[in-house]
Write a protein that binds this ligand. Structure first.
Ligand SMILES: *[C@@H]1O[C@H](CO)[C@@H](O)[C@H](O)[C@H]1NC(C)=O
Ligand SMILES: *[C@@H]1O[C@H](CO)[C@@H](O)[C@H](O)[C@H]1NC(C)=O
Ligand SMILES: *[C@@H]1O[C@H](CO)[C@@H](O)[C@H](O)[C@H]1NC(C)=O
Ligand SMILES: *[C@@H]1O[C@H](CO)[C@@H](O)[C@H](O)[C@H]1NC(C)=O
Ligand SMILES: *[C@@H]1O[C@H](CO)[C@@H](O)[C@H](O)[C@H]1NC(C)=O
Ligand SMILES: *[C@@H]1O[C@H](CO)[C@@H](O)[C@H](O)[C@H]1NC(C)=O
Ligand SMILES: *[C@@H]1O[C@H](CO)[C@@H](O)[C@H](O)[C@H]1NC(C)=O
Ligand SMILES: *[C@@H]1O[C@H](CO)[C@@H](O)[C@H](O)[C@H]1NC(C)=O
Length: 558
């Protein structure tokens, strides 16, 4: 036992019993305690859930990986000095209330130290001395309240510090002065009253910062230091009411921002506008009543936006998302006061593929609300929909989904082939006869437009149109008739006039004329939809779609 001579002071604190144990086994005869699993190839020992009260002494002193999680270890003594080659050490879920003084002094190679889920309430300023190679330190779910600014003094290699789930109210200035490689700092679930700006200003390479579930109530101008590499900032679950308009200017690389579950009463448009690289934004669970025009100004890279659980939200402006030209996915679920949305809300978002508006208070929807030709997912379940003929388009989509394979081979027009709808959760809340029924289960007769004014008008116009043609034919005489026979299109009109309802392609132009006029707005950013091709090519996609989808009831009628 060479260690005995070179480090005599090491043995003194050890209980006599442990001393006896270790002298019984020499280092070459390393043993594996009954409740551990050891592997001399990988140099690892796993002693989880083994009811250990101390760190075992008889393991191979060369081991690299030691997992002691879920035991009852309450004191480290100086046992770790035996295992000088450790790379990872897991002490999570034990009963440590202190780490003592310089207990890791000999862990010069240790890279990952997990002390999560113990009862540590204080760290001495020398607790971590010696851990020069430590990359990842997990101190989550302890009882820490303060951290002395010398705690991490020697941890020059540290990249990740996890302090989640403690009771931290304050971090001492200078805490991160020597951790120049820090990339990730998790401070969520603590009791911070403000963003610890003075401490963070030393962490110039920080990429991920979590401050979720604290008691932060504002983000003032000086609260957010310049963190030029910060990619992800989570400050959800605080009580923030507003962000100073210049507070986020020091975060040019920010890509992900979570502001959900705060006390925002409006979208902090001006502050967010500084984040030109933002791709993911979450603002769910706030007290926003209104999403005004260009609410997410300047966020041209934004791809995903979560705006769920905005209980007070009643109004979404038609131009709300016009700047977000790269928007792909939007979540607007559980906004229980949203009774209607403007048509063409997503007109400025040519890349949008996913729209989720579940559990709102929507009673009716039109095809022109959504760019159906490009969507891949549309979720509308849980809305109190009035299943009248205004929803015929949705009914058709649900039907199309059922027989999607047939349509794929024999498509008469470009239906959204890969569009998935949560049709099994779309139920009717009106009329009385259909309450509680799934829209997809309603029969076409129950939902069609036969007797609505739209159909009546269009039918009248059609009849007049056909009458005019017939009159024309009679007036023009046999010469004209002969010419018509050569003309395919007119032939079909002729067939229709004889009442053949099975004719597959309906006459198109008059149908488009009778679709309700759609008002045009002055868009700030308007990019045209891909041409639909089959209807009138000079109409925009919404009108074309209306036109297609309103074909069917019309065919039935004629
Ligand atoms: C030790 O680990 C190696 C590599 O994972 C494995 O091949 C070997 O079977 C393990 N030995 C024991 C005794 O578990
Ligand atoms: C944890 O350690 C304390 C003393 O620090 C002791 O009183 C307690 O019984 C221990 N708990 C368990 C579960 O071992
Ligand atoms: C530390 O251990 C806890 C509990 O076992 C685990 O949840 C956590 O992921 C571990 N931390 C790291 C950094 O591996
Ligand atoms: C640590 O904090 C003390 C005050 O508590 C301060 O005087 C000292 O300069 C700080 N050390 C560093 C390295 O910032
Ligand atoms: C923004 O993102 C682009 C593409 O990912 C990147 O090239 C650019 O450097 C980023 N800008 C900043 C300021 O990080
Ligand atoms: C923030 O919102 C919570 C939940 O509604 C409320 O209880 C609290 O008073 C609000 N705090 C502030 C500072 O507005
Ligand atoms: C369908 O119901 C909605 C909501 O009740 C109503 O606004 C709409 O006008 C109705 N459509 C028709 C064609 O009756
Ligand atoms: C496609 O349509 C043709 C006639 O237009 C029909 O013969 C064929 O069976 C259809 N295919 C499918 C899969 O329905």
């Amino acid at each position: 036992m060479g260690g005995e001579n070179t480090q005599p002071m090491f043995w003194r604190p050890l209980p006599t019993l442990l001393l006896l144990v270790i002298t019984a086994f020499t280092s070459e005869g390393a043993l594996c305690p009954g409740k551990c699993r050891c592997n001399d190839t990988t140099l690892s020992a796993t002693c989880t859930s083994a009811a250990l009260e101390v760190i075992p002494l008889q393991l191979n002193p060369e081991i690299h990986h030691l997992d002691l999680s879920n035991n009852k270890i309450s004191n480290l003594y100086y046992t770790l000095s035996i295992y000088e080659n450790l790379l990872t050490l897991d002490l999570s879920t034990n009963n440590l209330s202190t780490l003592g003084f310089e207990k890791f002094k000999s862990q010069r190679n240790l890279q990952v130290l997990n002390i999560s889920r113990n009862n540590i309430d204080k760290l001495k300023k020398d607790s971590f001395n010696g851990l020069k190679a430590l990359v990842k330190l997990d101190l989550s779910f302890n009882r820490l309240e303060r951290l002395h600014n010398l705690t991490f003094l020697e941890l020059h290699s540290l990249q990740v510090i996890i302090l989640s789930g403690n009771r931290i109210t304050h971090l001492e200035r200078g805490l991160l002065r020597n951790t120049k490689h820090l990339k990730e700092l998790m401070l969520n679930n603590n009791q911070l009253l403000e963003i610890p700006a003075a401490v963070l200003s030393d962490a110039i390479g920080l990429q991920r910062l979590a401050l979720s579930d604290n008691l932060i109530n504002s983000v003032d101008e000086e609260h957010m230091p310049n963190l030029l590499d910060l990619r992800s900032l989570l400050i959800d679950g605080n009580i923030i009411r507003d962000i100073h308009h210049a507070a986020l200017t020091g975060l040019p690389s920010l890509e992900r921002l979570d502001l959900s579950n705060n006390n925002f009463t409006c979208v902090p448009t001006a502050s967010l506008a500084k984040l030109s690289n933002l791709t993911w934004l979450k603002m769910s669970g706030n007290f926003v009543e209104n999403i005004p025009p260009v609410a997410f100004r300047g966020l041209f890279q934004l791809k995903h936006i979560h705006l769920d659980h905005l209980d007070l939200l009643t109004r979404i402006d038609v131009r709300a998302f016009v700047d977000n030209i790269n928007l792909e996915r939007i979540w607007l679920n559980d906004n229980i006061a949203v009774k209607s949305i403007p048509t063409r809300l997503f007109h400025g978002n040519p890349k949008i593929v996913h729209i989720s508006m579940r559990n709102n208070a929507l009673t009716t929807l039109e095809a022109s609300h959504f760019p159906l030709d490009q969507l891949r997912l549309l979720q509308l379940g849980g809305n109190p929909l009035d299943c009248n003929c205004s929803l015929l388009w949705l009914w058709h989509l649900a039907e199309e989904q059922k027989k999607i394979s047939i349509i794929q081979t024999n498509h008469t027009f470009e239906v959204p082939l890969e569009l998935h709808i949560d049709s099994y959760e779309i139920n009717c809340a009106a009329p009385d006869t259909l309450i509680g029924k799934q829209l997809a289960e309603v029969s076409e007769a129950e939902i069609n437009c036969s007797f609505s004014w739209v159909a009546l008008t269009s039918a009248l116009i059609s009849v007049m149109f056909i009458f005019l043609i017939l009159t024309g034919l009679i007036l023009w005489g046999p010469l004209k008739k002969a010419r018509l026979r050569g003309n395919d299109r007119s032939q079909r009109n002729g067939a229709l006039s004889r009442g053949k309802a099975e004719t597959y392609e309906p006459p198109r132009i008059e149908k488009c004329i009778v679709s309700p006029p759609v008002s045009h707005h002055d868009y700030r950013t308007l990019s045209p939809w891909e041409q639909y091709g089959n209807c009138m090519s000079n109409m925009n996609i919404y009108e074309q779609l209306d036109c297609h989808l309103k074909d069917r009831p019309h065919i039935v009628y004629v």
